[in-house]
Design a protein around this ligand. Structure first.
Ligand SMILES: [Zn+2]
Length: 160
C-alpha cells in the first residue's frame, strides 16, 4: 500500500541591522544580490532550514538545532549540507511535492520565485513543477510583518 506522509517545518531569521556585516542574502540555496542579509551562525537560509525541518518531521531525526550547530562550529555554514543530511534519512521515500510560504516586507519575493524553485528542485532531485512558492507581506501585524526579518513555512509531501 502506498503511504503518503507530510512534513511541516517553520523558520524565521532577523535581518542584520549592522551595515558593516558583509553577508549575502541566501534563500532556497540561491545567493541573491541585496543590501539585506539574515542573522545566524550559518548562512541563515531560512527557506532551506524550513524544508530541512519539514523533512525531519517525517524522518524523526532533527538536523536544524544541535546537529547544524555542531557543523557550524566546524565551519560548515552552507545550509545545503544540513538539507543533504535530512535527505539521507528519507530512505526509500520519494518527495512528491514541496510547498513554501514566505512572509516578509522585503525583499520582493516575486522575482525570486523562479530561481528559488529551480534551486530547490535541483537540491531535492525533483521537478521544478513540484516546488510551489507563495509569499505575503504580513500586513505589519507581527515583527516579521513590520519588516524585521523573514519567516518561512514549508510542507514536504513524500510517498513511501
Ligand atoms: Zn534557521
Amino acid at each position: 500500500m502506498v503511504k503518503i506522509k507530510t512534513g511541516l517545518g517553520l523558520d524565521s531569521h532577523r535581518f542584520n541591522e549592522d551595515p558593516s556585516v558583509e553577508k549575502s542574502l541566501i534563500l532556497g540555496g540561491m545567493e541573491f544580490e541585496s543590501e539585506l542579509s539574515l542573522k545566524g551562525n550559518s548562512d541563515a537560509d531560512v527557506v532551506l532550514h524550513a524544508i530541512t525541518d519539514a523533512i525531519s518531521s517525517i524522518t524523526g531525526n532533527t538536523i536544524i538545532g544541535a546537529k547544524a550547530d555542531e557543523l557550524c562550529q566546524k565551519g560548515i555554514t552552507d545550509s545545503r549540507e544540513y538539507l543533504k543530511l535530512a535527505l539521507s534519512d528519507l530512505g526509500d521515500a520519494t518527495i512528491s511535492h514541496v510547498a513554501i510560504a514566505l512572509e516578509c516586507q522585503q525583499p520582493k519575493i516575486d522575482p525570486l520565485v523562479e530561481p528559488m524553485r529551480t534551486s530547490i528542485a535541483e537540491l531535492l532531485g525533483i521537478a521544478f513543477t513540484d516546488v510551489g512558492i507563495t509569499a505575503t507581506s504580513g500586513e505589519a501585524l507581527s515583527d516579521v510583518g513590520r519588516g524585521l526579518g523573514i519567516h518561512c513555512t514549508a510542507i514536504v509531501t513524500v510517498v513511501a
